[in-house]
Design a protein around this ligand. Structure first.
Ligand SMILES: [Zn+2]
Ligand SMILES: [Zn+2]
Length: 269
């Protein structure tokens, strides 16, 4: 365990030194980056899968996605999602633009902002960040996600999805917190990690089916009174069923948060 932590730390240190002393290159195509290109070159960032596709404004599901049997129906409503600022009131007025699943049972969060689909090559970057400790990739993803946060207009603070203590011990870092820190730097927004905590250990979500994921996560998070009245953006690396982000938003809303928007690097379709 200790060996693995040391290996991640050493890799992160080398990457930081390399970033400082060597020409910065795109994480995908290895071209030399311009001064205003953070981590990914503009061409690779623009070509990320599903970058500009219409999505349900509430859950971020691609508008043309067809639900698997027994899964929530995310098929499109009558309108493409509108861009621009959000708040609880405008979100209510936009409910007709949402997918059928969101119209039938709106989540506790008001909106989901997505960088791109969880598909090649973005999935490779996220796996390298999570499982090989390539922390510089968090900077690249966060910098490219920052304009999404800026477009949402009303965000008082960013909140990374907390990792279970056991996972932190295994991995040595929280990838969502690393991405969140990069967004915060680029947007000059505060990080309020203390607003959300894991209440208990839960089995790994990837081992469970949809209904079991939701049950697994009910009451998994707890927030604090300091969340009251705040407009928060919850940052995560990958959104799959949305059960984790629903549980996080539910805890923040129970503590009195005024609004919750999800800010995710990748969305599975
Ligand atoms: Zn590139
Ligand atoms: Zn939806």
């Amino acid at each position: 365990m200790e060996l693995r932590l040391h290996r991640v730390s050493a890799a992160a240190l080398l990457r930081t030194l390399a970033d400082r002393w060597l020409p910065r290159t795109c994480a995908l195509c290895d071209c030399t980056l311009g001064a205003d290109e953070p981590g990914l070159c503009d061409a690779c960032a623009d070509a990320l899968p599903g970058r500009l596709r219409p999505r349900c404004p509430r859950c971020g599901m691609p508008a043309q996605a067809q639900p698997a049997r027994g899964a929530p129906d995310h098929s499109p409503a009558d309108h493409s999602p509108a861009a621009g600022p959000f708040d609880a009131a405008s979100c209510r007025s936009r409910l007709p633009e949402c997918c059928r699943a969101c119209r039938a049972a709106p989540a506790s969060f008001e909106r989901t902002l997505v960088l791109a689909d969880y598909a090649p090559p973005l999935d490779r970057l996220i796996q390298a960040l999570k499982f090989r400790g390539e922390l510089a990739l968090a900077g690249a993803l966060g910098a490219r996600m920052a304009p999404l946060a800026a477009a949402a207009a009303h965000i008082d603070a960013l909140v990374p999805v907390p990792l279970a203590p056991r996972r932190i011990a295994e991995r040595g870092f929280n990838q969502s917190a690393a991405i969140c820190a990069a967004i915060a730097r680029a947007c000059r927004l505060p990080v309020a990690a203390g607003l959300l905590a894991r209440r208990r250990e839960t089995p790994a979500q990837s081992t469970l089916a949809l209904a079991a994921r939701q049950a697994n996560l009910a009451d998994a998070f707890v927030s604090v009174p300091a969340a009251a009245g705040l407009r928060l953006a919850v940052v995560d690396d990958v959104m799959t069923t949305g059960a984790t982000l629903q549980a996080a938003a539910s805890a923040l809303k129970a503590a009195g948060a005024r609004s919750v928007v999800n800010l995710v690097a990748a969305r599975t379709a």
